[in-house]
Design a protein around this ligand. Structure first.
Ligand code: PA5
Length: 448
């Protein structure tokens, strides 16, 4: 049995049971295409088996490397962009302390991220911090040629060599990349740097349960066995034909596509726990890059409630009626806090004295969902009992499977991203990259 549940009852005013059932059958049939590897992007289906694909030796190697980093580093820098860093960040931030940087537990290095922007300010500030701390880094890039992480790595590698000397610097770099191709593989092999492999048949945004996600998560001090266990439980549940009517991945893919057909073209993923911010960022990348192609796809966006009820809440309640909302609802907080009694009661809050803050949060969630449904926004709830490694493993696998099914239902290839090349082409032309001379001339002319 899995702990993650889906509730679509608050979407039913906007799409009939009959239409949902039609989509349910269609989506359910598509599972076969994933399992038999006959659908679009069939060469990138290695993620399906990631929960049990790593051998116990692989897992031990990840943990041994993580322990070494934990013993000699106050900071661990994860360099990567898109699928090469978002999954690790989603899990680490969901499980960590909200103020981890101010509450440094001596046993856990602080995880910092680089290579996901081109900001000189960000990189300079990071280097300034690294001057004063012992650190190690992971450069994560499947292609090994992505500009943002490659530039950051150049700076950090130089910094590391200056700080520790070449031999110790090599000891503090981990490369996670392709098994045989690319600049990073060459570097790892030539300079005898510890490296892990990104499987050829796993794309970046489906890679969190590979060393890409597992190494940083283990360095941060979280339990990767439980994460994989949760993912495995979800895999078994999803692939068990006896669970067809309750299969959360099928239900989610079916309701999304049924709503899309009714003109709901934007999905807002809402959380009521600030720690889940990066989980939503990861989800946005997973669905946005997988579905948005061939002029089709639901636009994925995210909000943090109750914070954004005082900003985006207005748009959701009253703006164009093309939005549906999916809420990650956490049943139990691992922190107990009760609203205190106040003698003066100037804020008139004594009616809440003794009430737990989590219960106030839950009531805000129910109240908001009902208001949004009444205002024309269908609501889906993804219910989890708590935020833990096991539940996050379930959630990750559930979203990945649902995303592949949803994209197949739309008729697009979930595993490519041809659209991300357009900006790169222009950027390389503007930067005057060798081999782009013709494009450089053309783009410069456009800008005259
Ligand atoms: O999901 C994807 O494939 C992308 O987001 C990639 O992960 C991202 O572009 C980084 O690519 P690479 O790992 O080759 O540097």
């Amino acid at each position: 049995m899995v702990k993650t549940k889906i509730d679509i009852s608050r979407a039913l005013t906007y799409v009939s049971r009959q239409v949902i059932n039609l989509y349910h059958t269609k989506v359910n049939d598509l599972i076969d295409q994933l399992i038999s590897k006959t659908g679009k992007g069939k060469e990138y289906l290695g993620w399906i088996d990631l929960p049990e694909r790593l051998s116990s030796e692989d897992i031990i190697r990840i943990k041994t490397t993580a322990n070494k980093i934990r013993s000699n580093s106050e900071i661990f820098v994860v360099i990567g962009i898109g699928g090469s860093y978002l999954g690790a960040r989603a899990v680490i931030e969901s499980l960590g302390h909200h103020f981890t940087h101010l509450n440094q537990d001596q046993n856990n290095p602080i995880i910092l991220y680089a290579g996901f922007n081109l900001s000189a300010g960000y990189l300079s500030d990071l280097l300034e911090i690294l001057d004063k701390k012992d650190y190690s880094l992971a450069i994560i890039s499947k292609s090994g040629t992505t500009t943002e992480p490659a530039i950051s790595f150049r700076f950090l590698k130089t910094h590391l060599i200056k700080k520790y000397g070449i031999s110790e610097a090599r000891n503090r770099i981990i490369a996670i990349t392709d098994s045989s191709n690319g600049a990073l593989r060459e570097l790892a092999d030539q300079e005898d740097i510890t490296s892990f492999v990104i499987p050829n048949d796993v794309g970046g945004r489906y890679s969190v349960l590979s060393p890409i996600g597992l190494l940083p998560i283990a360095v941060a001090g979280f339990n990767i066995d439980d994460l994989l266990k949760g993912a495995k439980a979800m895999k078994e549940f999803i692939l068990n034909p006896n669970n067809s009517s309750e299969n959360p991945a099928v239900i989610y893919a079916a309701i999304r596509n049924a709503l899309y057909k009714e003109g709901f073209t934007m999905e807002i993923m809402a959380n009521y726990e600030p720690k889940l911010y990066y989980l939503v960022e990861w989800w946005k990348q997973l669905f946005g890059e997988s579905e948005g192609k061939d002029n089709k796809g639901i636009f994925p966006s995210g909000v943090n409630f109750t914070t954004d009820l005082h900003s985006m809440g207005q748009y959701i309640q009253d703006g164009p009626r093309t939005i549906f909302e999916t809420v990650i609802s956490v049943e139990k907080s691992n922190k107990k806090l009760q609203v205190p009694f106040d003698d003066a009661n100037l804020d008139n809050l004594n009616y809440l004295a003794g009430e737990s803050v989590s219960s106030v949060n839950l009531k805000a969630e129910i109240a908001t969902s009902l208001a949004h449904v009444d205002g024309g926004v269908p609501n889906i709830r993804i219910c989890i009992p708590e935020i833990s490694e096991c539940v996050l493993g379930e959630l990750i696998y559930f979203f990945e499977f649902a995303c592949a099914l949803s994209a197949y239902t739309l008729g697009v290839n979930p595993f490519d991203q041809p659209g991300v090349e357009a900006y790169k082409k222009n950027m390389f032309a503007l930067l005057g990259r060798p081999g782009c001379e013709k494009e450089t001339k053309q783009i410069k002319k456009r800008l005259e």
